[in-house]
Design a protein around this ligand. Structure first.
Ligand code: PEP
Ligand code: MG
Length: 757
């Protein structure tokens, strides 16, 4: 369009909006306002017909028209999904047709006299993401309506939504009934098993745009300008800290965010919408509407993803402009809910009240990302890689998370709910059966005693020790306390937590792991000065702790004080070379000497362990083993390094198998060597909590597993149903031959009646 054309289109749109504003501000009743609106639109768009249909009792009723027979008003009614009007309401999309009669959904309503009109354009009137009506124009001559005309209609629809809300023309119940309420099942990747039911809550709620027409266009322009500035700053900051923020293909997303944030075209379109008289919020929303409809229309997945990013960003911009930056965690919702997000950091998840959080659904997500580990520890079913959440789910929708089959049921039908309840009951029954095993040992049928320890990190995890009767805590992730704090936890707070853990454990051993920050564990106050290219391979865990000596000393003191007169077991994460263990141990021993020098009580004994998570360490075990009291294998990190596959990258989430020959051969070598040196080995990664994987670990000689509390029952049941010796022989053969272990082990377990839960 020429510059001149654009100016006249903008001024026409502004003129329409000004006239609509006058109507809205007038004291007339709702019906007479609607009558005037249709006249304004017909006149403004030089259209022969303009009609407004609104929902009444779940049906779209003609409320006002310019150009159709007036006798059809309040007579012509269409069901949602019926005819062009009903289709628009159903799909919540614009229709722009040169020849209306040629559309397959066209339904002729004789009382309106509309047969003379060829062209048709209609847009949905949307409130709270629900279509509550349709505004349409019709023309005698066949013609496509231009973009600016459609935009003018969309603006009108927004104004009408405001009018309708204010006048109560459509009640919520009617809107509710009209919605395309059919149930939807979306599949995803099950990251934490379990079943959950609750209302849909978006982590970042959409802003509801209430005011459409601007009082002062220049002021609105300034608001958008400022919001863009803030958003660009936020994105630049996020890019600087990408390694500590949400994980995965995050960098790629941030790059796209950045591209859009600085995209002149986007800000120009918003500014044009403001020129036409909209408020900043309404302008952003109107431009976003277009993005969303393009998103639905395109088939190209790459383009769809990019539009999705732009939609995310529009939402962010809207939230900045509206001053609504908080997440749903701040809303303090006191109803069972299922949390929906593109991705979440571990600390963000912990902000929600566990009592009401029944499930989490992410568009990204991966099995060993820390948000997943925390959800697992909290016993909250988690689905990842679920597509199109924003377009399928509306805030408040009833949801069922089926973390057993990996599906999300949106607005589930009665039979699905019933089935869900039956399954939940079954699960409870199974849980009760596991509870019966509580006081029995995890011992194989051929007499091998397996130590089942639990992983923990939150104070709230401690109850699980009694519930599961685990043999102790094999991995206490001390950094969780750091993750949930806004500032570095002071020594007293650390001591208090560690004492509480030891008190809860009583005589059972607890292995504390010193802080493991970095990678996908974001701690804002510990972020390095420079962004890292490869955070998982970067300045994290023991590397960071040794350099920030103060941090390590404070933690060592807290651990020593909390363990006064008891046994302190501690281990260091991500040891790559034996000297790193030596240095870490030295820091603790110095603190021990100081404590003694200060005349304070010290632990009865201190046991030092190292975590094997970096493959290189396996090549220097002969040097390391004599120095340590125990070894703990962190298979989450180990697999990521062994396979060179980012554990938090959703695209790689299913690529490599824990039962791969390479990993099992590797683990077996390490386990054999450690045992030969008389050093106990524990597996503390997520792998050990899965029945088949745990079975494989036992078969290669592992006899200590530290796992998520919910897995203790099922793994104990598996152990108690197993004759280990013959399986070990089989496993040796399979490893030697390079057999497909998953297939062989699954068959073996089925044949031998091994309980895999
Ligand atoms: C591991 O890497 O396997 C592990 C147990 O530690 P984290 O998952 O906390 O990195
Ligand atoms: Mg690790």
């Amino acid at each position: 369009m020429s510059a001149e054309g654009k100016i006249s289109a903008t001024s026409a749109a502004r003129d329409i909006l000004r006239r609509l504003h006058d109507v809205m501000a007038s004291k007339a009743g709702a019906q007479s306002k609607l009558n005037r609106v249709v006249d304004i639109i017909a006149d403004g768009l030089a259209s022969e017909v303009c009609s407004i249909y609104l929902l009444r009792d779940g049906v779209l009723e003609l409320y006002a028209t310019h150009g159709l027979n007036q006798s059809a008003v309040h007579v012509t009614r269409l069901a949602v999904g019926e005819g062009l009007i009903g289709t628009i309401a159903k799909i919540r999309e614009v229709l722009n047709l040169a020849e209306a009669g040629a559309h397959p959904d066209f339904a002729y309503k004789p009382e309106t006299g509309e047969e003379r009109f060829h062209s048709f354009a209609g847009v949905p009137i949307i409130r709270r993401e629900t279509a509550i009506g349709v505004v349409s124009v019709q023309h005698l001559e066949p013609r496509d309506y231009a973009d600016v005309e459609i935009e003018a209609l969309q603006t009108t629809a927004m104004v009408l939504a405001e009018l309708i809300t204010a006048s109560g023309l459509v009640d919520d119940l009617s809107a509710e009934r009209s919605r395309d309420l059919h149930p939807v099942r979306i599949t995803g990747l099950k990251l934490v098993e379990g079943m959950g039911r609750g209302q849909a809550v978006f982590h970042q709620p959409r802003v509801i745009v209430e005011h459409i027409v601007a009082e002062d266009t220049e002021a609105e322009r300034a608001r958008v300008y400022d919001a863009f500035k803030v958003m660009r700053e936020q994105i630049d900051n996020m890019m600087g800290q990408a390694e500590f923020a949400a994980p995965g293909d995050h960098d790629e997303i941030l790059e796209t965010y950045k591209m859009f944030a600085y995209d002149e075209g986007w800000s120009r379109r918003i500014n044009e919408a403001i020129d036409s008289g909209l408020t900043a919020e309404a302008a952003i929303e109107r431009v976003a509407m277009k993005t969303r409809s393009r998103m639905r229309a395109t088939e190209d997945p790459f383009f769809q993803e990019r539009l999705h990013d732009l939609d995310d960003l529009s939402n962010r911009l809207l939230r900045i402009v509206a001053g609504e930056m908080g997440t749903s965690a701040k809303r303090g919702i006191k109803q069972d809910m299922v949390l929906l997000a593109r991705n979440l950091g571990p600390a963000e998840l912990l902000e929600y009240d566990k009592a009401y959080l029944k499930g989490v659904v992410l568009e990204e997500g991966s099995l060993t990302a820390h948000v997943t580990i925390i959800a697992r520890a909290m016993g909250i079913p988690l689905l990842g890689r679920v597509k199109d959440l924003r377009t399928t789910v509306i805030e408040g929708d009833p949801l069922l998370v089926d973390g057993v089959r990996g599906a999300l049921f949106v607005r589930p039908s009665d039979p699905v709910v019933q089935q869900f309840e039956e399954q939940s009951a079954l699960k409870e029954k199974r849980q009760a059966a596991y509870a019966k095993l509580r006081d029995l040992d995890a011992i194989t049928t051929d007499g091998v005693r397996v130590s089942l320890l639990m992983n923990a990190g939150l104070r709230s995890d401690l109850d699980a020790l009694d519930v599961t009767n685990a043999d102790g805590i094999g991995l206490f992730r001390t950094e969780f306390q750091f993750l949930v704090s806004a500032t570095l936890p002071r020594r007293e707070r650390q001591t208090k937590l560690y004492s509480a853990v030891l008190d809860a454990a009583g005589d059972k051993p607890v292995t504390f792991r010193t802080v493991d920050i970095g990678g996908d564990k974001a701690v804002p106050y510990m972020i390095g000065e420079e962004a890292e290219e490869n955070p998982a391979l970067g300045w994290r865990a023991i590397r960071l702790a040794l350099e920030r000596g103060g941090l390590m000393k404070v933690q060592a003191r807290a651990l020593i004080d909390a363990s006064a007169n008891r046994t302190l077991r501690l281990m260091f994460p991500m040891i790559s070379e034996p000297w790193e263990f030596d240095e870490a141990r030295k820091v603790v021993e110095e603190q021990l000497s100081r404590t003694v020098a200060n005349g304070k009580p010290v632990p009865k004994s201190v046991k030092f362990g190292a975590m094997l998570e970096v493959p290189a360490l396996a090549e220097s075990l002969d040097i390391l083993l004599p120095k340590i009291d125990f070894l703990s294998i962190g298979t989450n990190d180990l697999t990521q390094f062994l396979f060179a596959a980012d554990r938090a990258n959703p695209k790689l989430a299913e690529r490599y198998d824990w039962l791969s020959i390479s990993l099992l051969r590797f683990l077996k070598r390490v386990v054999d060597q450690a045992k030969a040196a008389g050093r106990p080995v524990t597996i503390c990664g997520e792998m050990g909590g899965r029945s088949l994987e745990a079975l494989a670990l036992l078969a290669i000689g592992v006899d200590r597993l530290s796992i998520t509390p919910a897995a203790i029952g099922p793994i104990k049941a598996m152990v108690r149903s197993l004759a280990l010796d013959p399986l070990k022989t089989e496993m040796n053969t399979w490893l030697g031959r390079g057999t497909d272990i998953r297939a062989a082990l699954t068959d073996y377990a089925a044949n031998k009646g091994i309980a895999l839960g």
